[in-house]
Design a protein around this ligand. Structure first.
Ligand code: HEM
Length: 409
């Protein structure tokens, strides 16, 4: 329960609230949602931004290309100095920070790789991999850190394999991914981590181009189909490879660990899932909604005057259309702070909404559904090895998560 004091600036505007509770977004979001129209908040750099907390209005903003996602646009809300340093100095930007038509061109190159049909064809591989990792977990004896041994290992193996990145290098790129996402870091840290990631991938690209036979992986296809014919530059290819590598492992890893924790904390729901495996589809959507791990998504800037919820947002205003707030809106989800795998949560926006909605969502769903249809069948006595109060959560990371999840069985 969040009982901390509200932080208000000298001018009376609330300071942009940062998360303090492991299982809920800042309590201010609910208070702001009850006020008529939209409210303003003060960002850490002193600028103000509109804050959008209602489900329908968050979807309206994210679905409207008159709101830009390009961080160099004046008034783009920066949620932390470390984030500002990264987003303002990262060149070229990844497609996640582009507006149409540039965004459409870049995204179209990769949509086929992440289509539902492509992911369907991967399912036998994913099933075998989950079984193998559960075997490895069992071989640990009777306890392990689930976050590292299983939750991180699965998506890291999948995305490395898909992209053609050596899994042996996972410590290197995972460590840098965490540094890039750390909101409390010295602003130099995420920048340096980003540079090192791209240097690492640059070496990999050179090796792929020099290979006698082109390998059957996404990065090689990108080089041969788009970079060599001149549709994208080498720097753009590197940016995309980095985005896919980071987006493909860090998010899903945190979701698997937090999903497991939620079921351990709700044993009746865990038992129901074991008894009726068809509940897994709804359980995964509920985990995505409840935790909304990309919890500070999504900053935007209005490119034109637009009315939202009866408030006129002027051209050039900064806007925070918060998916973590939308997913706790009681107008969209009954009793939204309750974790309930039986609710129909499919209209959540944990993968965002509109043109930037998650490219990897079919893959993430497939991984999560396979994990939670097997984990508790295999380990029916899985338990937390420490009291929940001792768990360390990543409040100050752009992608929310948990440091370690010690379990026994
Ligand atoms: C975009 C969430 C897994 C690749 C996004 C966005 C969210 C999100 C909220 C929108 C970001 C924005 O607008 O700034 C998640 C969650 C995941 C997950 C919760 C897992 C549970 C994945 C996976 C991949 C991936 C497995 C595969 C590589 C991407 C890419 C984008 C994206 C490339 C950018 C799309 C665009 O801008 O057009 N994701 N993601 N994500 N995600 Fe995911």
């Amino acid at each position: 329960i969040d009982t901390s004091e509200r932080s208000v600036g000298e001018d009376g505007l609330p300071n942009f609230p940062m998360r303090r509770c492991p299982f809920a977004p800042p309590a201010e979001y609910a208070e702001i949602r009850k006020k008529p129209g939209l409210s303003k908040v003060r960002m850490p750099d002193g600028a103000w931004a509109w804050i959008v907390t209602r489900h329908n209005e968050v979807k309206q903003v994210l679905g409207d290309n008159r709101f830009s996602t390009v961080p160099s646009t004046p008034n783009y809300p920066m949620i932390a100095p470390a984030r500002a340093s990264l987003l303002r100095n990262e060149h070229p930007a990844t497609l996640i920070r582009m507006d149409p038509p540039e965004h459409t061109k870049h995204r179209r190159m990769f949509s086929r790789e992440f289509m539902v049909k492509t992911v369907e064809a991967m399912k036998p591989y994913l099933n075998d991999l989950v079984d193998r990792l559960l075997d490895e977990m069992e071989a640990k004896g009777g306890s392990c850190d689930f976050a590292e041994v299983f939750a991180l290992a699965l998506p890291t193996t999948v995305i490395s394999n898909m992209l053609g990145v050596p899994y042996e290098d996972q410590e290197y790129f995972h460590e840098r991914a965490l540094q890039k996402l750390d909101l409390k870091a010295d602003p130099e840290v995420p920048l340096r981590a980003g540079r090192e990631m791209r240097e690492y991938l640059d070496g990999l690209i050179t090796r792929k181009l020099e290979a006698a036979e082109p390998a059957d992986d996404l990065i090689t296809r990108m080089l041969h189909n788009y970079m060599l014919p001149g549709h994208i530059t080498r720097a753009e290819a590197l940016a995309t490879a980095e985005l896919l590598l980071m987006g493909g492992h860090e998010t899903t890893a945190n979701m698997i660990a937090l999903g497991c924790l939620s079921l351990l904390l709700h044993p009746d729901q865990k038992d129901a899932l074991v008894a009726d495996p068809s509940l897994v589809v709804g359980a995964v959507e509920e985990m995505l909604r409840f935790h909304t791990i990309v919890h500070y998504n999504g900053p935007r800037v209005a490119l034109e005057d637009v009315e939202v919820g009866g408030t006129l947002i002027r051209k050039g205003d900064g806007v925070l259309a918060l998916i973590s707030a939308a997913n706790r809106d009681p107008a969209a989800f009954d009793d939204p702070d309750r974790f309930d795998i039986r609710r129909k949560a499919l209209h959540h926006v944990a993968f965002s909404f509109g043109s930037h909605q998650c490219l990897g969502q079919a893959l993430a769903r497939a991984e999560l559904q396979i994990v939670f249809s097997k984990l508790f069948q295999r380990f029916p006595n899985l338990k937390l090895a420490v009291p929940v109060e001792e768990l360390e959560f990543r409040y100050d990371a752009f992608v929310y998560g948990i440091e370690k999840l010690p379990v026994t069985w």
